[in-house]
Ligand binder design. Sequence first.
Ligand SMILES: [Zn+2]
Length: 115
Amino acid sequence: MTDPTDENDILLKLDEVEDCPRCSGPSWLKARFAHSWKNARGETVSGVREALLCSACDRGWQTADELLALFARDDRLNAANLETFGGLVAAWVESVRHQRVDEDLLNEQRTSVEL
Ligand SMILES: [Zn+2]
């Protein structure tokens, strides 16, 4: 897969996606997206992150549930559901992005408490 060029660019892989690293079960899709954040010194750091959608591990998470429901219903992508799919993927990636940022913030807070 190539690298995404900017923050709004989401690259998806739907075929031959590797197994979920959390439960070793099959993943539905893999998304690669550009991501930038501020480090402790206030510098902007950019990188590329990947997220796998797993029906076992991601269940119960609203944006993932909506995507999984679409896969369960439609089996494959076609012209009729492509637009819905695009919107759901964008929402899911956005929630992945924010969840990980929150985790980073929590880690920073924990570090400062230990000091
Ligand atoms: Zn899993």
